[in-house]
Design a binder for this molecule. Structure first.
Ligand code: FES
Length: 134
């Protein structure tokens, strides 16, 4: 079941209620059990996730180096607030508390790539690069 859920996550970027119901029907496992597994693992999302994931670190070390301004710029540029996905499903923006690389803060992770000492201009370039990869 877990491998099928991961396959769904990989292909659709999230696991819908309909997908869980279909899986339940095929595997003859109650939807509640599948839902419990899917909601347990961080690698699985029960709400739509964009093709590109952007994460702004809001830990203390990054905050003293301008992380709030960076988050504001990113939200403005994408037209969404943290925790949301753009209407074209291109971007999902999240915040985290520390990425473990405080010395290069403020830090942004874009599609699993870490970017350190990011300022507003650099974040715009990162987002433009991601958008052009879509
Ligand atoms: S506080 Fe941002 S990486 Fe640690």
């Amino acid at each position: 079941m877990i491998q099928l859920l991961l396959d769904l996550q990989s292909e659709l970027h999230w696991i819908s209620k309909e997908a869980i119901e279909e899986l339940s029907h095929r595997l003859k496992i109650p939807t509640s059990q599948i839902f419990r597994v899917a909601s347990f693992y961080k690698a699985m999302s029960l709400s739509p996730v964009g093709r590109h994931k952007v994460c702004v670190c809001m830990g203390t070390a990054c905050q003293v180096r301008g992380a709030q301004r960076l988050l504001d710029t990113t939200e403005l540029k994408l037209g969404i607030k943290q925790g949301q996905t753009t209407s074209d499903s291109n971007f999902t923006l999240n915040r985290v508390n520390c990425l473990g690389c405080c010395a290069i803060g403020p830090v942004i992770v874009a599609d699993d790539e870490y970017h350190g000492r990011v300022d507003s201009k650099k974040v715009e370039k990162i987002l433009e690069q991601l958008a052009s990869d879509s």
